[in-house]
Each structure stands twice: as structure tokens, then as C-alpha cells.
Design a protein around this ligand. Structure first.
Ligand code: 5GP
Length: 235
């Protein structure tokens, strides 16, 4: 199959059906705009399985996304979309860049979820984007922006509940959106410990990519814990 795109952690293949793609999850981990890079054996499998599980949960709750089915340990079949050049970050409590930028203490729980957007460009350091810019730059319409906000809000509710049930706090996460050939906007890309901050409620341990970003070790163990808890819906 032809490769449509290859990123740091995934390869996207065109399938014989023009409306479908295959996503292959690699074992590569990158951080800080690819300055830090490593191979973490087995990571791709966990990201694939956790993403599939979360996409399925969202689907069941009526939050549309590109996931169709799991193909094998490292690959999933998805609807083909034109991915928007923006990312939505949803934050329930303070961590990462929001602490650095606003001087907010890590762990501060926000009175309501924070939604922010940035322009997808590693070379430009993913600059901040607001609705006016996203519309004026031709990325989306105002109506599409309203829909994106609604979907992000719904996704946060569903995912927070899913993780709560297994003793994990959903601190923040990144969403990407794609446009189907009929113009419909849906969630694309992946939702996994690579794109979410997940903290064990009992111990405060990070079960996400911060373990790689900040050299905390035990990455595979953490991802396995997330998958096991999701599958069993319990501690
Ligand atoms: P922050 O803005 O604090 O760096 O990230 C907020 C959330 O979005 C975190 O859950 C983080 O994992 C996710 N995120 C932001 N940017 C990226 C990125 O470039 N790659 C990945 N995998 N996740 C990101």
C-alpha cells in the first residue's frame, strides 16, 4: 500500500478503498520537537490498543471519530479525512506548557475545562491560534469552529468518565480533527498516553508520555497499566 504520510510515531497508508486509511503505530517516541527521540519497544502496540479502545468508547457515546476497527497489534483501519492544520488542547487541571506560560501551579484544578488551539507546525513551535485566526486563515468556518468546540467538550466528558472509572485522572489531552469527503468534521489521529496526561489517582504517578519527556522511566509499564485498567474498568 502507498504511504500517504509518515510522522514521528505513525505511518499512514492508503488502502485499496479510497475512503479508508490504515494507521501503523511505530515504537518511536519523540518530545520537544523531535530533539529528544528514542525507540521504546512495544509502545506502538499499546498506543494502538488504547487509542482503539478510547475511540470505541467515544463512538458508543455518539462522539464521531475516524476509527473503524483494529487490524492487528499495531494497525487500525480508519476513515480517510483531510486533517485540519490545527490542534485542540483540552485541560482539566494545570500541567505542562500552561504552567510555564501562565505561572500556574501544577495540579491546579480549573473551574471549567480550558480549550486552546494551536497551529500544527513544529518548525514554528505550534503557535497559538484563536477562532478568528483559524477562520481568517481559511482553516475552518465559524460554524465548523462551533462544532469543534462542541465535539471537544463532549470528548472531554466521555474520556474523563472512562478514566475516572479506572482510577485515572485525565489532566489534559490533544485532539486533531479531519474533514470527510462529504465535509463532515470528526476526530482523527490518535488518543493515547502519547497525547494525553494521565495520572493515577491513588499514587499521583504519571501514566503517560511525561515519563519519557522527563526521564521518569517505566514507560511501557505505565502504558500497560492504562490498557489493563481500561480493559477491566477497574483498579
Ligand atoms: P502541553 O501544551 O502541556 O505541552 O500539552 C498538553 C497536552 O497535549 C498533553 O496531554 C500533551 O501530551 C498533548 N500534546 C501537546 N502537543 C503535543 C504534541 O506535539 N505531540 C503529542 N503527542 N502530544 C501533544
Amino acid at each position: 500500500m502507498d504511504i500517504i504520510a509518515e510522522g514521528h510515531s505513525k505511518i499512514i497508508y492508503q488502502t485499496p478503498d479510497n475512503d479508508r486509511i490504515e494507521m501503523y503505530f511505530k515504537d518511536t517516541a519523540t518530545a520537544f520537537h523531535n530533539i529528544k527521540r528514542a525507540k521504546i519497544i512495544g509502545k506502538g502496540q499499546y498506543v494502538n490498543k488504547i487509542s482503539a479502545f478510547l475511540f470505541q468508547q467515544l463512538k458508543t457515546a455518539g462522539v464521531d471519530n475516524h476509527f473503524i476497527e483494529t487490524i492487528d497489534d499495531r494497525r487500525m483501519l480508519c476513515l480517510k479525512t483531510e486533517v485540519l492544520p490545527l490542534r485542540v488542547i483540552v485541560r482539566n487541571s494545570a500541567a505542562g506548557s500552561v504552567c510555564a506560560r501562565f505561572g500556574i501551579k501544577e495540579g491546579t484544578v480549573f473551574s471549567e475545562p480550558v480549550y486552546e488551539m494551536n497551529y500544527k507546525s513544529e518548525t514554528l513551535d505550534n503557535p497559538f491560534l484563536n477562532e478568528h485566526m483559524a477562520v481568517a486563515f481559511g482553516f475552518v468556518t465559524h460554524d465548523e469552529m462551533a462544532l469543534i468546540s462542541h465535539i471537544a467538550h463532549q470528548a472531554n466528558k466521555v474520556l474523563t468518565e472512562v478514566f475516572n472509572k479506572c482510577g485515572i485522572s485525565l489532566v489534559d489531552f490533544k485532539l486533531e480533527f479531519g474533514r470527510l469527503s462529504n465535509g463532515t468534521l470528526i476526530i482523527a489521529d490518535e488518543i493515547s498516553p502519547d497525547t494525553c496526561r494521565l495520572v493515577d489517582k491513588a499514587t499521583g504517578t504519571h501514566l503517560d508520555k511525561d515519563r519519557f519527556r522527563h526521564d521518569m522511566g517505566d514507560i511501557i509499564n505505565a502504558y500497560q497499566t492504562v490498557l489493563t485498567r481500561l480493559n477491566y474498568g477497574r483498579l
